[in-house]
Design a protein around this ligand. Structure first.
Ligand SMILES: [Zn+2]
Length: 131
């Protein structure tokens, strides 16, 4: 994208550049310098904006990876149990006859038989349509 902008800039500059054998009067020369400076400044500003957007995107991606890693680590050390020792997991049946289980502490998700029996919540903690 930057190179495209640079091509546009250089095309504009060569279009407004006087032939080598033409003498410009001081005012024309001054105008040309002003225009050139303005185009260069615009180009630099656009590049700075693009760079800033790229940096934000990269920081956002890094933060997301860090959050995922923290969540995975949290899930690794979570015993998925309440203080009273009962399962901290709730279930939700869907219309495709699957049951989704979710730990209320760490947000870990299990589908159907992925959930170990020992962690199975009581029936009243599983919502959704009965099958
Ligand atoms: Zn958990």
């Amino acid at each position: 994208m930057s190179s495209m902008k640079n091509e546009t800039l250089s095309a504009t500059l060569s279009a407004i550049a006087p032939p080598a054998n033409v003498e410009l009067d001081p005012i024309q020369r001054q105008l040309q310098m002003l225009l050139l400076k303005r185009l260069q400044k615009e180009d630099e500003e656009e590049e700075a904006k693009r760079e800033s957007a790229r940096r934000l995107q990269l920081e956002g991606a890094k933060a997301m990876v860090a959050r995922q890693k923290a969540e995975e680590e949290n899930q690794l050390y979570c015993d998925h149990r309440k203080e009273n020792g009962q399962s901290a997991i709730v279930g939700q049946r869907d219309h495709q006859h699957h049951t989704h289980y979710l730990c209320l502490h760490c947000n870990k998700h299990w589908l159907d038989r992925e959930l170990p029996d020992a962690l199975m919540p009581k029936g009243e903690h599983i919502g959704g349509p009965n099958v």
